[in-house]
Design a protein around this ligand. Structure first.
Ligand code: ZN
Ligand code: ZN
Ligand code: ZN
Length: 374
């Protein structure tokens, strides 16, 4: 890499993975694979954008793009050539003819997971002897291992989210007496002020709503002495943040304080288990065991974590059954919770990077039980 972009090296890794998997061409449209390979994000339009990457060494990667979108593409001639198509051309036929030119008579094709069905069906009709599989089978394991620049970008996003968490824990974002929706809007505003370019979500779940892990902020007014689960994230320089802190608007009853300590213990155990070479499922098992041993196993209703990068949720997943060994460069959430329906809930979430020196939490805001000043 001549000190320039990471894209040529990524394309090389993709080509290698394609040849191992027996894929003749990669067809990438919407979603994060495209910016990962080219730096360009396609808008979710009805017009087709598609990167065609032949596996053959010396084959030319081509970005087929609507002519009116072409000015947004930053060309990287050593990585891909540009094929803008005009309003009267058929982009599916352009892609099909590139595939015919670069591959054999019955090519194995890997198509981007978020390609509109319309275009996939059109391509299948135009290339009747091709076989198809999802592009994530090639790109997923590659994108899961972050390079140094990506880990730095994720750490920057996490540090920015941590400033919002600090504002929350310090009582700068008032809770009691306001609606969840108002607090969610204020958390979103803080994320932008701290440098995020997009807010992806800002869950605020108070009192009994805290028992719903993906609760949508509502008009419920937050009371005193309640748990408030705040789970928020956005993207900064394209890379995502995602952190959860559960705070209290008054001293919690003893049982709730106990639940908080159990979740905090489970979260720490999950992080500690994230040692290189151990299966991803171990992170889930370590966190879950703490919660099960405390008698709350049936109230921990989701996996312990997900990979994060250009997307909020991507490979690798910290879930029972995922035996993939943790590798240096895997970055993922550790976010156990206990959700007692109709009553209350607690979740604590940090993003963690697996490194040779051990697990490194990128989120560093306090995990201690915090009663926010009001
Ligand atoms: Zn989620
Ligand atoms: Zn989250
Ligand atoms: Zn998460």
């Amino acid at each position: 890499m001549n000190g320039g972009t990471p894209f040529a090296a990524r394309l090389e890794r993709a080509r290698l993975a394609m040849s191992v998997a027996g894929v003749d061409a990669l067809l990438i449209s919407l979603g994060a694979d495209l910016p990962w390979l080219t730096g360009y994000s396609a808008m979710p339009l009805e017009r087709l954008t598609m990167l065609v990457v032949p596996a053959a060494a010396g084959g030319q990667a081509t970005l087929v793009v609507p002519e009116l979108e072409a000015p947004r593409v930053v060309p990287i001639p050593e990585v891909f050539s540009l094929r803008p198509w005009s309003e009267t051309e058929d982009p599916v036929e352009i892609v099909a003819s590139l595939v015919r030119k670069e591959t054999g008579p019955s090519p194995a094709l890997a198509v981007g997971d978020q390609t509109w069905a319309r275009f996939v069906l059109g391509l299948q009709a135009a290339l009747p002897s091709a076989t198809w599989r999802p592009a994530c089978s090639v790109t997923g394991p590659l994108r899961a291992v972050k390079d140094a620049a990506e880990i730095e970008a994720l750490a920057r996003a996490a540090a920015s989210a941590d400033k919002v968490a600090a504002a929350l824990l310090g009582g700068e974002i008032p809770l009691a007496g306001r609606t969840e929706r108002e607090v969610s809007a204020e958390i979103s505003r803080h994320l932008l002020e701290e440098g995020h370019e997009h807010v992806n979500f800002a869950i605020v779940a108070s009192g009994p709503n805290a028992a719903s892990p993906h609760h949508e902020a509502s008009d419920r007014r937050i009371g005193k002495g309640e748990p408030v689960v705040c789970d928020f994230g956005g993207s900064l320089s394209g890379y995502c943040s995602d952190t959860t802190r559960t705070v209290f608007t008054g001293p919690p009853p003893a049982e709730l304080a106990h639940i908080y300590e159990v979740v905090a213990g489970a979260q720490a155990a999950g992080v500690e288990a994230a040692q290189l070479g151990r299966p991803c499922s171990e992170v889930d098992r370590a966190a879950r065991t703490v919660i099960e041993d405390a008698g709350y196993g049936r109230y921990f209703v989701h996996r312990t974590g997900h990979g994060i990068g250009l997307e909020e949720h991507e490979d690798p997943y910290m879930v029972a059954g995922n035996d993939e060994p943790l590798a240096a460069g895997h970055v993922f959430s550790v976010e156990p919770g206990i959700y007692v329906p109709g009553k209350w809930g607690v979740r604590i979430e940090d993003i963690v990077a697996a490194t040779a020196a051990g697990p490194e939490p990128l989120n560093k805001s306090s995990r201690a039980l915090t009663v926010v000043p009001s």
